[in-house]
Design a protein around this ligand. Structure first.
Ligand SMILES: [Zn+2]
Ligand SMILES: [Zn+2]
Length: 346
């Protein structure tokens, strides 16, 4: 075991502070990564504030991790010292269930091991990426292509795959009309990826304040729902809607914006139920579905796709001491579009 520097929480209510945590000794199939950057995801905040269930403190979060390999176990074949690598939302799974066997670790029937706040195989609680190092089984370590700058690769590990996966599964591409609801960390990635896939993209948010950005990301139109009749004017328009908003919305109004047999996919996760009239689904044969990250293979495919299409998230680089302030800004949607922590400042 080694002791490493980190930044984390000692309770659900106190600000985050510098901490020391231990990382396990590098096992035969493990990779030790010197973390360079870690993105801040809204899930980090929900988790630390125990909004998604009780935690064991101290807890370090962060599941958008990039860095370089500094040590590998004797049986590691996929990565070597010096490689540019990334770690996303999961660090292990059972490997034995039907879903793991099929390469769908994110659907592991026994529950995968999350990058933070999960019980690891040795019984310890996993600690995330706001830290200088992390030790991860090689099968859950992604290769970061040379074409992707480290700093902008970090948010791809959660925000990127969370939006790429449903766009792929529901076949966004030339000839399809896609709407992205909400233009935050997830939403802006959804726009860039859908545009690169060849879809015609409309962005939808409350105000017109991000219209210019949306068009710069490749959207052809921005609709502000705060304006009278805006949503009604979209009836029957879209083949696919990706909803990234984590607050309750009038789902029937958004379902009505789908063309017949269109699909609305929720990747935002409001804690409260979203009421839906079944008639919104029956009429027009529409689908309302959810999506959660993607498999390791699909995450690698997404990184390669972003490198090939020159897609980078918009990031604001911060030091460790700015993390608490950054949390407040995430909560008030005052970030364009993802905070990334420079772990050299830990
Ligand atoms: Zn996340
Ligand atoms: Zn499994």
């Amino acid at each position: 075991m080694t002791t490493v520097k980190a930044f984390g929480a000692t309770s659900a209510t106190d600000p985050l502070t510098p901490l020391s945590i231990t990382r396990r000794a590098v096992g035969p199939r493990d990779v030790n990564i010197a973390i360079r950057y870690a993105g801040i995801c809204h899930s980090d905040i929900h988790t630390l504030r125990e909004e998604w269930g009780p935690l064991t403190f101290p807890q370090v979060v962060g599941h958008e991790i990039v860095g370089e390999v500094v040590e590998v176990g004797p049986e590691v074949t996929r990565h070597a010292v010096g490689d540019r690598v990334g770690v996303g939302c999961m660090v292990n799974s059972c490997r034995e269930c039907e879903q793991c066997q099929a390469g769908n670790e994110h659907y592991c029937l026994n529950g995968n091991t999350q990058t933070y706040g999960s019980v690891d195989r040795d019984g310890s609680i996993t600690q995330g990426g706001y830290s200088t190092h992390v030790v991860v089984d090689e099968d859950f370590v992604l290769t970061v292509p040379e074409a992707l700058p480290y700093e902008s690769a970090a948010p791809l590990l959660c925000a990127g795959i969370t939006t790429y996966s449903p766009l792929r599964r529901w076949q966004a591409g030339p000839g399809t009309k896609v709407a992205v609801v909400g233009l935050g960390g997830l939403g802006h990635m959804a726009v860039k990826i859908a545009v690169a896939m060849g879809a015609e993209v409309t962005t939808i948010s409350r105000t017109a304040s991000k219209q210019e950005d949306a068009l710069a990301f490749g959207a052809t139109r921005h609709v502000a729902t705060g304006e009278d009749g805006a949503l009604e004017s979209l009836r029957g328009s879209f083949d696919l809607i990706i909803n990234t908003v984590s607050a309750p919305l009038d789902m029937d109004a958004y379902l009505a914006a789908l063309a017949p047999e269109g699909s609305l996919i929720n990747v935002g996760a409001p804690p409260q139920p979203l009421p839906v009239s079944v008639f919104s689904l029956i009429i027009g044969g529409r689908t309302f579905a959810g999506s959660n990250i993607g498999s390791i293979a699909e995450t690698q495919e997404m990184l390669d796709f972003c490198a090939e299409h020159d897609i980078s998230p918009e990031t604001e680089l911060i030091s460790a001491e700015q993390i608490n302030e950054a949390y407040e800004r995430v909560l008030s949607s005052d970030v364009r579009y993802r905070f990334v922590i420079d772990t050299a400042t830990l």
